[in-house]
Write a new protein. Structure first.
Length: 183
């Protein structure tokens, strides 16, 4: 998993939490399946949805950031029948980022318990995009709603360690090539 570039949105909240806009397409490969997920430039995240009081124990901007962003994206896409897989990917990604076992399991249990209403929620797609240049939320998604967050599958996620492979994946599956929403 590589670092993700985001821009914190100054005056916008998602369910009372700070929001950030993904500054460039970001790829994540899930080793158990080889699924490659592309979080598009312009996607807005609120990182980990930590309830008040628990935020004193779990750092919203800590080692969980990349896992939280990909999990948010999976929930925004909301592919039918894939919520449990999204939550399991979140736990795996937390482990990859070095989040300790107790914190990782607590965060996983929290999304399993409290995340159901957000998964694929109507309206979630349109309110989760912003302009990376201005930092302003967009009224609607620039993309047609995705049916899957997975853009391809690799036989070995370590292939993404190659700059050439990353470039190939980004040019082939990048959001600049996604169908645009009809206005």
């Amino acid at each position: 998993m590589t670092g993700i570039q985001v821009r914190i949105v100054r005056d916008h909240r998602i369910e009372k939490r700070r929001a950030a806009i993904v500054m460039q397409d970001w790829l994540y490969c899930y080793p158990p399946t080889g699924d490659v997920i592309l979080v598009p430039k312009g996607y807005m995240t609120d990182f980990a949805s930590i309830p008040p009081l628990a935020d004193r124990l779990i750092d919203v901007f800590g080692d969980n950031v990349e896992a939280a962003v990909v999990h948010d994206w999976l929930y925004a896409v909301g592919q039918p029948g894939r919520r449990e897989a999204a939550d399991d990917l979140f736990r795996y990604a937390l482990k990859e980022q070095g989040v300790g076992l107790v914190t990782r399991n607590a965060m996983h249990a929290a999304v399993k318990l409290g995340g159901g209403g957000a998964y694929g929620r109507a309206g979630e797609w349109d309110r989760r995009f912003g302009d990376p240049l201005t930092g302003k939320p967009l009224a609607r998604s620039p993309f047609k709603r995705r049916t899957s967050a997975v853009v391809t599958r690799l036989s070995d996620c370590r292939r993404m360690e190659s700059i050439a492979e990353l470039g190939r994946l980004q040019s082939r599956f990048g959001s600049s090539q996604w169908p645009r929403a009809v206005r």
